[in-house]
Design a binder for this molecule. Structure first.
Ligand code: FAD
Ligand code: SF4
Length: 495
């Protein structure tokens, strides 16, 4: 990248999402550690630790090229300065803040496509829906990733159908080597002590366990994590993308969302590394295509939608009339009272790591919240605060749109609701559960299965005109024990 911004002797202020070499053009830098950012709402301890650790590690790398400030609020450092520039920040709030103070703003980085690329593409859609799959194909064609001339590698753009393998039967784990884990250093020790003190003094409310740091905090660590994924898990990534096992919290996932969202890794480099494995004959196309789609498709798409749908999208969408507060088990990441094994294990994993894999997020946590009508804004913010990779930009399309259908169908054509049968097929959770996924009425009725029908009963009037819901709603109308199931779920105490 060029260094136009430095001609005027400006200092580049980088944020927690901009901590890698991609955001550095060689001039003077500034990082501001503002404690108020950590104290606005309860936050997972692993997330607070990772953010602080990554900022402080970056400062150590930059040495005397960086000003590092530890303050309560950004304004203490920024007000009155006219020598600052930023690469366009990643949230509406911070973009507003820097513009109001006259900071010079350079175009954003950290995604495969630029905001201008997306705007060009959206303009060509003229009133049509902005589907991820269409966007993804355009990006493949434009970048040449996994393309043979103008044709997709292997003849198809999408190998999703090959990527829905249930987990192996009677296996507690996928049987892959343990992922590479970073080694903590004295910076992590200092972060830990500071967080203890901040919590003790009431500056922050931290939720979840204080365990060893599991996610990369530096560019070098992130490269190491990428190499480990390619070596040990990429081949199994595709087939087991949607599978869940009680005893295997990482499965074949890459664990790269946090380092990418911190700006430590350029996603284009991540994808090119993985695609090179396919071309070298080391990895199957279904896995490589599936992974490529997650990055150049989904990740870029939800980023662009964050800006395209506007700031009001997060708070202004509640198409299913969901207003329930989040329960204590979610707010405090306390699985103690949760008997549903799938939910118990997912919340427990979150408590320990501040992370869950995609299907746990979508089909366990999100599905549960959808069925129980949790307030979408509260849920959105909970996901931001409780996940190590949670950011304001990533969540609205994923939570308000895809998971909760609160936008009425902009991101996904129908709600991602399902009963226990799906979880039973894609996991080993049900075998160890007090409930039975096949039962919808009585003591051992699965709260996901019964909850699915109770959910449809509640939202039926709102989804009547959605043709993709015609079949499920017809099923609901045929249900002989519909009233009894709905009544049971309304009074459910054990879940
Ligand atoms: P892998 O399974 O290895 O996937 C590879 C990469 O693809 C990820 O690292 C991520 O960068 C990207 N990706 C895949 N799906 C998505 C998606 N839907 N949106 C954005 N990126 C995607 N992702 C986050 O980065 N931060 C979040 O806070 C987050 N919250 C989510 C909440 C819900 C309700 C849902 C349904 C999805 C969420 N995702 C989020 C997307 C996805 O679940 C995570 O990116 C993924 O689980 C992170 O683990 P991983 O790096 O091992 O991913
Ligand atoms: Fe989850 Fe129902 Fe299976 Fe229990 S029976 S693990 S609650 S899906």
């Amino acid at each position: 990248a060029g260094d136009e911004g430095r001609a005027g002797g400006r200092t580049r202020w980088v944020f927690a999402g901009q901590l890698g070499p991609l955001f550095d053009d060689g001039g003077p830098m500034m990082i501001v550690e503002a404690r108020s950012v950590f104290g606005r709402r309860p936050m997972h301890r692993a997330k607070a630790h990772l953010l602080l650790s990554a900022m402080r590690h970056r400062a150590a790398e930059l040495g005397d090229r960086v000003e590092y400030h530890r303050v309560e609020r950004y304004s203490e450092v920024v007000d009155g300065r006219d020598d600052l520039e930023v690469i366009d920040p990643t949230s509406w709030a911070v973009r507003r803040f820097v513009r109001r103070r006259g900071v010079v703003v350079l175009p954003s980085r950290g995604f495969v496509t630029s905001e201008a690329d997306f705007a060009d593409w959206a303009a060509t859609r003229q009133g049509k829906r902005l589907l991820m799959e269409d966007f993804y194909r355009t990006v493949r064609e434009r970048t040449g990733l996994l393309m043979r001339g103008d044709q997709p590698e292997g003849g198809r753009f999408n190998y999703d159908h090959d990527n829905r393998t249930p987990p192996p039967k009677n296996a507690a784990r996928l049987g892959l080597p343990d992922p590479w884990w970073p080694e903590e250093d004295e910076i992590d020790q200092e972060v830990r002590a500071d967080l203890d003190a901040w919590q003790r003094d009431g500056h922050v409310t931290l939720v979840g366990d204080d365990g060893p740091r599991r996610f990369a905090a530096t560019h070098a660590e992130a490269e190491r994590a990428l190499a480990d994924f390619v070596e040990s898990r990429l081949n199994d990534f595709g087939p087991f993308e949607d599978a869940m096992l009680d005893g295997d919290w990482t499965m074949a996932h890459s664990l790269l969302s946090a380092p990418m969202n911190l700006g430590l890794l350029d996603p284009r480099h991540v994808v090119e590394t993985v695609v090179a494995e396919y071309h070298a004959g080391n990895a199957p196309l279904a896995s490589v295509e599936g992974f490529t789609r997650q990055i150049v498709g989904w990740r870029d798409y939800v980023w662009h939608l964050y800006w395209h749908l506007g700031e009001g999208y997060r708070t202004g969408s509640n198409a299913l009339g969901a207003h329930e507060p989040l329960p204590q088990a979610f707010r405090e990441l306390d699985p103690a009272a949760v008997e549903a094994n799938c939910l118990h294990e997912t919340i427990d994993g979150m408590r320990r790591h501040g992370w869950a894999h995609h299907i746990q997020r979508l089909m366990v946590l999100g599905n549960w919240a959808l069925q129980h009508g949790y307030d979408p804004v509260a849920l959105n913010d909970w996901f931001v605060d409780m996940f190590v990779d949670g950011t304001p930009w990533v969540m609205p399309a994923n939570v308000i749109g895809m998971s909760q259908h609160a936008d009425g169908g902009i991101v996904a054509t129908k709600p991602y609701a399902s009963g226990g049968a799906y979880i039973n097929k894609m996991s080993d959770y049900c075998g160890g559960c007090v409930f039975d996924p096949k039962v919808r009425l009585g003591e051992n009725a699965c709260p996901f299965t019964a909850g699915y029908w109770a959910f449809l009963d509640r939202v039926e009037p709102r989804l009547q005109r959605n043709h993709r819901m015609a079949q499920p709603l017809a099923g609901l109308r045929r249900l002989a024990d519909r009233d009894a199931v709905v009544d049971q779920e309304r009074h459910r105490e054990r879940w």
